[in-house]
Design a protein around this ligand. Sequence first.
Ligand SMILES: CC(C)(COP(=O)(O)OP(=O)(O)OC[C@H]1O[C@@H](n2cnc3c(N)ncnc32)[C@H](O)[C@@H]1OP(=O)(O)O)[C@@H](O)C(=O)NCCC(=O)NCCS
Length: 205
Amino acid sequence: MDNIQVIQVTPDLPNFNILVSSVHAIAKKLALPEGTVGDVRAQWEQAGFLVAAYTEEKYRELGKKGRLYAALLPDGTPGAFSVIYRPEHPADEGDLGTKFTKEQYGDVPVVKQIATDPDHKGHGLARILNDHFADQYPDLPVFAAIVEGPRNYRSEGFHAKIGFAKVVAYAHPDGKPRGIWRRPPLTERRALPENGGTEPRNDLK
Ligand SMILES: CC(C)(COP(=O)(O)OP(=O)(O)OC[C@H]1O[C@@H](n2cnc3c(N)ncnc32)[C@H](O)[C@@H]1OP(=O)(O)O)[C@@H](O)C(=O)NCCC(=O)NCCS
């Protein structure tokens, strides 16, 4: 998709609250409703989901802390968003998955959440968000945690497609184990012949 702009959603933007509401609306569409079981749950698992959609207030708080990013469509509305801990950001209180990753792998970018509005999926928005950070930290690997209880096959497929590979499983105390996935640094991926077949477009600048 052309003309996609990645922005950091911060309170100094005049439309900060509108952007936060739009992010929350995307998350709400993708949250696995509590208590979903059986065939309905299986359908969600195929389609991809967020472990928990945060409240609008929580996204606002993440924006204030510099953790919230959006991929804007040409009309200026978010088509996808991401919650990212930059290398210099410690894990927030209670975020045990990010804490684990930073303890194991050092000051690295950690993608806490990434989600694309279902109306705009499959147009490269999540890749563009990931590439934004790979470009900013070309010598650092990027990490992401993917829930494994139940498996989120769509998320795993997407992450594998853009070059992530699972490095370890983390037994999260919330009872939902997480796979910790690593995307090699951009400099390393560029050096691979044909980038291992995993990096078609944006990484071959
Ligand atoms: C996973 C998710 C973020 C992917 O977003 P997206 O914007 O549709 O993905 P993109 O269009 O950027 O896909 C990038 C590449 O991955 C591929 N891809 C996407 N989903 C895939 C899948 N399930 N299996 C294999 N490849 C996949 C695309 O075909 C594309 O390949 P290309 O560059 O060769 O054309 C989206 O499905 C989503 O929001 N899921 C729900 C929330 C979620 O599970 N988030 C992750 C956990 S926090």
